[in-house]
Unconditional design. Structure first.
Length: 374
């Protein structure tokens, strides 16, 4: 039996020359997008240093490059990181001139990226696993049920779960060089999860996240919206800093569970947003208690009062408490969130209460009179 020859940089580059940028008509090697090739035994890793491609193009090139190298003899694993590089000038274009200390030209003001969107609400958390995406999805739906026009941006590039939870199908379209968001339950949705294969892993770097979010705003035809809700990544890393600078936020809703380990992390996130001058709309305490279906007795599985304590500590309101309930999980798995599937349930009522409280806070921090959703 013949043992497959170990891959080399030469064979990897040859495989990648078969991957062509559909917009520029050249292969990704000739375009200079392939960087930092590393080969360890049968494992290959490299970076695609994108330079202005649309999100759909980036996702397609990432998928094609990974597949091309994985088919080489002797390759057992492929890791494709996504970075950013300097844009290559088009033929006949005048050379760019440096200004000052080499700084790039000033970016457009964030508000100019989405001029038809009235208000933006981020849903964030200090740590993963507290139900942040569930809150983001049901908050957006509660705002929609009040009569508002709502969009939902899945900025959680590490775990883009919104398409599954919303039952969003298909890929975004294109019209007049603008991306047309997918719609589900009356909500306009944009997510990197709509652009890549369901089980494909994406390795993101800070500049790539920054660029992708800008394109999710600038290059997407959102149309007139009352609210654009952002499902943010958990934590307080580079992604959160970049996103808070790119997105013109009306305010942030912080999600936590009652136990101390979650409160420790949410305090860090709250402090970060305050340093970035992002208004804090309030705290949502998720999984507050479990109500036994036979007796109705409440069991504080994750402790009690944590959300209220951290709200008082930071001088912001507790927007609401969400009970722990299997139907909420099942609805998200099925693409029919609890606010839509069981609108009369205690959970759906809690989400509508949170939406009304968040709107009141947006009004308070902005000094504007918004529609009464209560």
């Amino acid at each position: 039996m013949t043992t497959p020859t170990a891959p080399t940089e030469h064979t990897v580059l040859d495989a990648l020359r078969a991957v062509r940028d559909p917009d520029q008509g050249q292969d990704i090697v000739a375009l200079g997008l392939v960087k930092e090739i590393r080969i360890q035994d049968a494992e290959v890793s490299f970076t695609l240093a994108f330079a202005g491609q649309a999100p759909a193009t980036k996702a397609a090139l990432h998928s094609s490059a990974s597949k091309a190298v994985s088919q080489l003899p002797g390759v057992s694993r492929v890791t494709v990181k996504m970075g950013s590089g300097a844009a290559r000038p088009q033929a006949g274009a005048p050379p760019a001139h440096a200004h000052g200390h080499g700084q790039a030209a000033p970016q457009a003001q964030a508000a100019d990226l989405i001029p038809e969107v009235k208000h933006t609400i981020a849903v964030s958390s200090g740590k993963g696993g507290v139900g942040k995406s569930t809150v983001a999805v049901n908050l957006a739906l509660a705002l929609k049920q009040s009569g508002a026009q709502v969009g939902l941006v899945d900025v959680d590039v590490y775990g883009p779960d919104v398409p599954l939870m919303m039952g969003a199908k298909g890929r975004p379209g294109m019209f007049e060089n603008k991306i047309i968001p997918v719609e589900a339950h009356g909500i306009k949705i944009m997510s990197i999860g709509l652009l890549v294969a369901e089980r494909e892993a994406l390795v993101w770097r800070g500049p790539m996240i920054h660029s992708a979010v800008q394109q999710f705003l600038r290059d997407v035809n959102w149309g007139p919206l009352d609210y654009l809700v952002f499902d943010m990544p958990p934590g307080t890393g580079d992604a959160q800093l970049s996103l808070s600078q790119v997105v013109p936020l009306s305010g942030v809703v912080m999600v936590t569970t009652p136990q101390e380990v979650a409160l420790l992390d949410v305090r860090k996130a709250l402090a970060m947003f305050r340093k970035l001058n992002v208004p804090i709309l309030g705290i949502v305490e998720n999984m507050s208690y479990f109500a036994a279906p036979d007796t109705g007795r409440r069991y504080p599985i994750f402790g009690e009062g944590g959300g209220q304590r951290v709200a008082e500590e930071f001088g912001v309101p507790l927007l609401g408490q969400i009970p722990l309930e299997m139907d909420t999980r099942a609805g998200g798995d099925a693409g029919v969130p609890i606010t839509v599937g069981q609108p009369d349930s205690a959970q759906a009522t809690a989400f509508r209460t949170i939406a009304a409280a968040a709107v009141a806070r947006v009004e308070a921090v902005a000094g504007l009179k918004l529609p009464d959703l209560r």
